[in-house]
Design a protein around this ligand. Structure first.
Ligand SMILES: [Zn+2]
Length: 201
């Protein structure tokens, strides 16, 4: 399914040029995630592009196939989301709209999205009158420091279904890969709609 998601997201321009990363929980005791290797082309994910990582974000065991890859530095963010949200899958994209809106709204620390029927695609949301607060964090190459800020943000906004890294992209998650995929599709729709409306106002 990761392969199909990668092909689909790449075709939509959300994970171009090896950007983005995907993970799914394999076990919780001990914590093990399957995650795309650093530099893997998301439009053509092969078995050898998938690694197993432990709670410290490092690869454990023998990689699948002939992989010589290493986990993305952002593996720490995946582990943080899995632990803080009890998510079973985490998907991260680098789309044009998430990048633009994270810059335009970054100084406010987040973006409120309300009034759209498509909000009902977010788990637990039953009405278009819902207001979704999408937190925006400053991007940082110090991933451990960023992971601590992600954890604090998720604890501060327990209803959030995702967050943006400024100038970087979207993180969202789900109870399974299908739900996480749906959340990416919903957020990308909402971000593009919001961005297009802002550019016309
Ligand atoms: Zn990224």
């Amino acid at each position: 399914m990761l392969r199909e998601i990668g092909r689909d997201f790449c075709a939509r321009g959300w994970v171009l040029g090896t950007s983005g990363n995907f993970s799914a929980v394999l076990s919780r005791q001990p914590l093990r995630l399957a995650i795309t290797a650093s530099g893997a082309s998301k439009g053509d994910i092969r078995l050898s592009d998938l690694l197993t990582i432990g709670p410290d974000g490092r690869a454990v065991g023998k990689p699948a196939g002939k992989s010589t890859g290493r986990p993305s530095a952002e593996a720490h963010l995946h582990v943080t989301v899995v632990r803080t949200r009890h998510a079973s899958a985490v998907l991260h994209t680098h789309s044009v709209w998430s990048t633009m809106l994270s810059e335009l709204h970054g100084s406010r620390g987040g973006l409120a999205i309300g009034g759209f029927e498509m909000l009902k695609g977010l788990e637990g949301v039953a009405t278009h009158q819902h207001s979704e607060w999408l937190p925006i964090l400053e991007n940082d190459q110090d991933i451990r420091g960023l992971a601590r800020r992600v954890q604090a943000t998720l604890e501060k906004f327990p209803a959030a279904h995702g967050f943006l890294l400024r100038g970087h992209g979207l993180y969202t998650w789900g109870d399974n890969l299908a739900q996480a995929r749906r959340h990416v599709e919903i957020f990308e729709f909402l971000l593009e709609t919001t961005g297009r409306m802002e550019s016309h106002s």
